[in-house]
Design a protein around this ligand. Sequence first.
Ligand code: 5AD
Length: 347
Amino acid sequence: MDRHVKTINTLEKEHNLPVEDLACLISDDRPEITRAISKAADRVRSKYVGNEVHLRGLIEFSNYCYNTCLYCGLRGANRSIERFRMTPAEIIETAKEAAKLGLKTIVLQSGEDKFYPIEVLCSVAEEIKKLDVAVTLSIGELTTKEYTNLKITGADRFLLRIETTDPELYKRLHPGMSIENRKRCLYDLKDLGYEVGTGCLVGLPGQTPLMLAKDLKFFKELDADMIGIGPFISCPGTPLEDETGGSVQLALKMIALTRLMLPDINIPATTALAAKDGEGYKKGLECGANVIMPNMGKNEYKELYKIYPGKGSVEMSIRTRLDTIKKLIISEGRVVGKGRGDHIKNH
Ligand code: 5AD
């Protein structure tokens, strides 16, 4: 038997591998190996989290950011994009509409905008909780106290990608930030009882298979509840605008390997996959993903939230967007999740 096929079998059974073996699987780009990894991930997904695909209603409420991550279109230094902020009332109204459409999780995402006082964000979370939905925040690095207050007032989950675990690469891409603080945030969130989502970018300039393998090990070590992975897409107006960007194939392989490493967690078929590939959601669902995060914002805001190009360019009503996604789920032989889709530990 091919050595790699044996390694994949071990991973499917034991949900772990030495970092060197993971790196070998990542760097082997033979189609049969990639296919074997996807198939194994699909079996593990079916066994541990079943056929339900959970929908998370995403509300991108501010595209202001004081950070300057080299890859991101929202970086503070990018003067070429128009900025917007939704008012707290508008955020709550949008959440109500999403809940009415049957969404059981509301994700509030923004750039690292210091405009909204934490008490205001707490009261927004508290109001949205009244809609009988899970509240997920994705608003960046905060103090332990701030995370505590947000948890007390009702936030259930938090998304904060590590982006890359390689200290050097992290430093190069995130001026003025530190990987130590990023990790502090993630472990704080875990300690506070949030369901914690993290993840990485795939295909960053200078990123190696070993670095990606270490990302997988980190997800496991953190005991993450959710992992979001997407290809890096080069974005105009950023220092990395002339880079090639990551491949959908490699991002899918990382998603599949994540499913094999953490069999029962929630894994989205990410927007970046869909932005790069018309069949991105479908392909994600076929190699381990069990979540999709439809955008619930008005088109005018969606268009301004330019993390990378190709995102939010399709003019469609929210209802149509949702119906298209539901049809895809059904055509894949899966079912639209009815509950909150919490992380249920079962391994
Ligand atoms: N391409 C793909 N994903 C990106 N993100 C930021 N910039 C880009 C880009 N150019 C991702 C980051 C962040 C998430 C909200 O969007 O991983 O955590």
